[in-house]
Design a protein around this ligand. Structure first.
Ligand SMILES: [Zn+2]
Ligand SMILES: [Zn+2]
Length: 424
């Protein structure tokens, strides 16, 4: 290959949802796009392939979810690299990684001081502003996934590469959809979490969800809504405030801290008013006695982590409410294949505690674009030569790649971890 070629090394997220880690190389120097982890069946973090920090001009973190960030502080154990992200992402990362170290610290090859070092080396930018990192020119664009989430447009050696990070193409109460007009790129690296399916209309899902919550409360039952602490919890709280502001809604888990951070950046929120009012009017679970009281009561609605029921206060409530059929557990987050949440939906059982008698339902509140949205991105970007599909399970990514081929007429490839792709 030619000296001045641009290479893409897939260090993670090849054939898997999560562990986002992509390295662009040009003239021996690197730009890292995300450096996240995945979790195995025992919830042990799995780290991406290695990169020498001294090779890097910088790293870009697309958003604060752990599957895009939790490996990044490792780079700071020996060396300081500039890290580019939005301001809200920077503030969220601080609490997300503290929590990660608290839970998974035993497996993490770094410490809290390395997280601090990364934050000290952060260049916090607004959407649309150019940042120079050696030969790489970087610009962040709204990705519509969670507050502060970004697509990354890289310009290097005259070639433009757009990396979607996690992306959603519809407005939600939390964030607005990305503006896809006037984006030009030679190569698109796209996520494909839901590359083989199309989400139902958001409004219909919301109606169905609100009606279901009302039904349970009217029967005197309690509703548990396990939700990811960053993103989904806030969207659900805003929706509940808009539609059921009279209900006894509580929020529990890490959401409590995250709400405060997100609300300090109104410019990153679509409906700041709804979330601000929800957080003010609904109640925060402050103590274990609060938790006990709620679990013994009736007509309570609790939004709690973890979203896939892997732990957190959500498990506490479910254990106490699962035997009463007037109660309900409404799952609203992505459920990974081996998660307790997925098992509950598919078998009606929770861990080794047996059959759940409470009503169980999953609602498709996705913060990832479906196949139609991903195709819309491919078709909107001007000048595209090739698409690389990552952050997508094997089987799903092939369906998406074929769709891109057939419907947009552009070659799409599906690399595995460790693959090196010559872009230009
Ligand atoms: Zn992700
Ligand atoms: Zn994400």
């Amino acid at each position: 290959m030619q000296e001045n070629g641009i290479k893409l090394e897939v260090l993670g997220s090849g054939g898997e949802v999560g562990r986002a880690a992509l390295l662009l190389r040009y003239r021996g120097r690197g730009l890292l796009l995300d450096y996240g982890v995945n979790f195995d069946e025992e919830d042990k973090p799995q780290f991406p392939l290695h990169v020498r920090p001294t090779d890097l001009e910088g790293i870009v973190l697309s958003h604060a979810h752990l599957d895009h960030t939790a490996a990044a502080p490792f780079l700071y154990t020996t060396y300081k690299v500039p890290a580019v992200m939005t301001r809200v992402t920077r503030d969220l990362i601080r609490v997300m990684l503290k929590d990660f170290l608290h839970i998974s610290g035993y497996y993490a090859p770094y410490e809290q001081s390395d997280v601090r070092s990364m934050i000290e080396n952060t260049i916090a930018v607004d959407y649309g502003k150019d940042v120079k990192l050696g030969d790489f020119k970087v610009k962040l664009l709204n990705a519509g996934h969670i507050p502060g989430s970004a697509m990354t447009l890289v310009d290097v050696g005259g070639t433009r590469i757009l990396y979607t990070g996690d992306v959603n193409t519809i407005d939600t109460r939390l964030v607005t959809a990305p503006d896809l007009a006037d984006i030009e790129a030679d190569y698109l690296i796209t996520e494909g979490t839901y590359g083989a399916s199309t989400h139902p209309d958001r409004k219909e899902i919301e109606e169905e969800f609100v009606k279901a919550v009302e039904e349970v409360i009217e029967e005197g039952g309690n509703v548990l809504i396990p939700a990811f602490s960053l993103g989904r919890s806030q969207e659900i709280l805003a929706l509940l405030y808009e539609r059921l502001d009279w209900a006894h809604v509580w929020f529990d888990g890490m959401t409590r801290v995250i709400n405060g951070i997100i609300l300090s950046y109104p410019e990153y929120l679509n409906r700041y008013d709804l979330l601000a009012n929800a957080v003010q009017q609904f109640r925060m679970v402050r103590s274990s006695s609060d938790r006990r009281r709620i679990s013994k009561g009736s007509e309570n609605v609790v939004v709690a982590t973890a979203g896939m029921l892997k732990g957190g206060p959500a498990q506490y409530y479910l254990k106490r409410w699962m035997d009463d059929p007037t109660n309900a557990v409404f799952l609203v987050s992505y459920q990974a294949e081996t998660s307790p949440g997925r098992e509950l939906i598919e078998t009606g059982r929770f861990l080794d505690l047996g059959l759940v008698k409470a009503r169980v339902q999953w609602f498709d509140f996705s913060s990832h674009a479906g196949a139609d949205g991903l195709l819309e991105i491919v078709k909107s970007v001007k000048g595209l030569k090739r698409v690389v599909v990552v952050h997508s399970d094997v089987g799903v990514r092939e369906v998406l790649a074929q769709k891109i081929n057939e419907e947009a007429g552009i070659e799409a490839i599906t690399p595995n971890n460790g693959d090196v792709i010559e872009l230009a």
